[in-house]
Ligand binder design. Structure first.
Ligand SMILES: Cc1cc2nc3c(=O)[nH]c(=O)nc-3n(C[C@H](O)[C@H](O)[C@H](O)COP(=O)(O)O)c2cc1C
Length: 308
């Protein structure tokens, strides 16, 4: 059987040998997974969100299993940009991984500083901007909830870096296609979606929220149909590449996202159940493309609507 071309070019230098990446926050900095497989086989590794200073995150408990998924309120816990560059990036580069750094901040200035600091560093291919962070100057409203705030942030970051800017959209914003258009106009090179859907779980005995952060983000197979619908909506609205995320567990799920319009995908929660999940998704996707006789590029956006 002829092996299909898996290469994807997401623009501004972000060319991946295949469309399967890890999703931020579910793969750490690649160290644990390296005990299981060669992480250079993945299209790219997207690392846990990085801020200017190290952050502790939310009080425990921080995760709870839910039907077909999980809720997390990890918060913005991370090692901070300097420790990432000194202690985490060298390992990823040594392992041959293509690195995408997920960036977070509480102010526009913080995002700018982190992006600038990462821009000069060899081996970083792209920045994924997590706009689901509370903007302290706007009284805690998330950048990703308002199109004007998101576009303002992306416009400033566009000036601050020449790296590929992938903007990660929140499903909680209401009009996700409008949001995608807003960040595209402001200079985003691609959009990735979805981040987690806000939810909560309650212990009826204590009448207390199960999570220390009260509310959390829902992820895993439970969100896949929502994510698929949103990817398709966004694909139809914008011209920049779309990266599909949400509940991908096997290769055929990745194929679904690509048919809906994604040029590439990320695998998140599935990794907690099986550290090999991203690789299995890649192998399953390859098998599907080979069987169909189509390349990764050809399957993107090939959804057939109308009467069969
Ligand atoms: C424990 C955990 C931590 C996460 N941390 C981040 C993060 O730091 N930055 C970010 O943009 N998304 C983060 N996410 C969201 C995921 O990257 C992904 O968008 C979401 O979980 C949906 O994909 P999935 O269903 O495959 O997990 C996190 C998700 C989980 C479950």
């Amino acid at each position: 059987m002829k092996k299909m071309d898996l290469t994807v070019d997401l623009g501004r230098g972000l060319v991946l040998p295949n469309p399967v990446m890890t999703a931020s926050g579910t793969f750490g900095y690649g160290e644990e997974a390296s005990d299981y497989f060669n992480i250079s086989r993945l299209g790219a590794v997207v690392v846990k969100g990085i801020s200017r200073e190290p952050r502790e995150g939310n009080p425990p408990p921080r995760v709870v299993e839910t039907p077909s998924g999980m809720l997390n309120s990890i918060g913005l816990q991370n090692v901070g940009v300097e420790a990432f560059l000194a202690r985490k990036l060298p390992f990823l580069l040594e392992a041959g991984a293509r690195v995408v750094v997920n960036v977070l901040g509480s102010t526009v200035e913080e995002y700018v500083q982190v992006c600038r600091r990462l821009s000069g560093c060899e081996g970083i291919l792209a920045l994924e901007i997590n706009i689901s962070c509370p903007n302290v100057k706007e009284g805690g409203v998330q950048f990703g909830m308002r199109q004007d705030l998101a576009a303002g942030l992306v416009g400033v970051l566009r000036e601050a870096t020449d790296l590929h800017l992938m903007v990660k959209l929140s499903p909680n914003c209401g009009d996700i296609a409008g949001m995608a258009l807003a960040v595209e106009s402001a200079g985003a090179d691609s959009v990735s979606l979805i981040n987690t859907i806000t939810g909560m779980e309650i212990d009826v005995r204590t009448r207390r929220p199960v999570l220390g952060g009260v509310v959390g983000g829902l992820s895993g197979p439970a969100v896949r149909p929502v994510a698929l619908r949103m990817v398709h909506e966004v694909y139809r609205a914008v011209r920049i590449p779309v990266v599909g995320i949400g509940g991908i567990v096997e290769g055929l799920h990745a194929a679904q996202f690509m048919i809906a319009g994604a040029s590439a995908v990320q695998v998140g929660t599935a990794t907690f159940g099986d550290p090999m999940a991203p690789l299995k998704v890649l192998d399953g996707l390859c098998e599907f493309l080979d069987k169909e006789g189509v390349s990764a590029g050809e399957i993107t956006g090939s959804l057939r609507t109308g009467t069969p």
